[in-house]
Design a binder for this molecule. Structure first.
Ligand SMILES: C[S@@+](CC[C@H](N)C(=O)[O-])C[C@H]1O[C@@H](n2cnc3c(N)ncnc32)[C@H](O)[C@@H]1O
Length: 309
């Protein structure tokens, strides 16, 4: 039987066959993550990268080694790392992910940071929030973890993503919270629908905020081949090739479902941030744009009332 160190070397040598991994300097880290994931999936025991370094000379189970080689081969062929490990850590929680949902991105942590800071400064705290496009659930679940009184109503087009988001919610928030209807997930029948699911009986009360990381690519946008080949296109591409579709509909129609001083928080494609800010301003919203860590315009916060009201 191999030890952990030898298994790691085997994984590295498979990943090195992909020149992109070598040139980006990803081989060592990815081999460690795959080794921990294969061990966890085959033994049911979690293993952190630190624990891995403490037990390099211990035997690495044969079943886990066979699986590690399979995962490493798939990764060398370009399959997304998180689809192989089965999860992505986002803020304080581990989210199950797969080909049916967008892998959570670091930019979305910023969206949550700005939303949380703004909502924390509300006098009575947020009671009801809406999310368009639940995906793995990161946005609604993180906000529900942070604000105990909050209820979220989220829409999602893909049935598989709805199931994945709900599973993550049960795991992270616990059954009690869901039995008390803290998270409601509404199905969407048509990619062009944005507010229909929220209208009617579901929304007798108006919401304190709306948040979204909507699909915003057009077919002309350049995308990594890995993302194009393996991530769900309905999470990436806006309907009808109109990359501003969700922003326009939200700027025009969000007032129907929001309180008069409510907030809108949305992630932006940085190259269209100014166009999107204009769309909101033309419809009477006050707008702030926040930059990401690379200095690119990334988050839009909009409000109809005064900022400090
Ligand atoms: C960019 S992903 C964001 C997922 C998740 N909120 C996140 O930040 O990782 C957009 C999500 O919106 C969903 N979606 C696409 N069109 C939709 C629509 N018309 N209404 C609701 N959800 C939609 C996609 O299936 C996808 O899960």
């Amino acid at each position: 039987m191999k030890n952990f160190h030898e298994a790691l070397l085997d994984s590295r040598s498979i990943l090195r066959r992909n020149p992109e991994w070598v040139s980006r300097g990803w081989v060592d880290l990815e081999a460690e993550l795959l080794l921990c994931a294969a061990y966890r999936q085959m033994t049911g025991v979690s293993l952190s990268r630190i624990q891995l370094f403490l037990q390099m000379q211990d035997p690495y189970p044969q079943k886990a080694w066979d699986y590690l080689l399979e995962l490493s081969e798939q990764r060398a062929q370009g399959k997304i790392l998180q689809h192989l490990t089965g999860f992505q850590v986002f803020l304080d929680h581990e989210y199950e992910v797969g080909p049916d949902v967008l892998v959570p991105r670091p930019e979305t942590e910023l969206l949550l940071e700005y939303a949380s800071n703004t909502l924390s400064s509300m006098k009575y705290g947020p009671i009801l929030g809406l999310e368009i496009g639940l995906g793995s659930g990161i946005i609604s679940i993180e906000l529900l973890s942070q604000f105990p009184q909050l209820k979220m109503i989220a829409s999602e087009l893909s049935p598989a993503a709805r199931a994945r988001g709900l599973k993550n919610a049960y795991k992270i928030l616990g059954e009690d919270r869901l039995l008390l209807n803290h998270l409601t997930i509404l199905p969407v029948q048509d990619p062009l629908e944005v507010f229909c699911p929220f209208e009617g009986e579901m929304l007798q009360l108006k919401a304190d905020f709306l948040i979204s990381n909507p699909p915003y690519l057009s077919s002309h946008d350049l995308v990594d081949s890995e993302v194009f080949n393996y991530e769900p296109h309905q999470a990436l591409y806006a309907p009808e090739g109109d990359s501003l579709y969700f922003y326009r509909v939200i700027a025009e129609e969000a007032v129907k479902v929001l309180k008069s001083n409510a907030f809108v928080f949305i992630e932006l494609p940085h190259n269209r941030a100014l166009l999107i800010a204009e769309l909101f301003e033309k419809r009477g919203w006050r707008v702030k744009i926040q930059k990401d860590l690379a200095g690119l315009d990334r988050i839009l916060i909009a409000r109809l009332g005064a900022w400090n009201g």
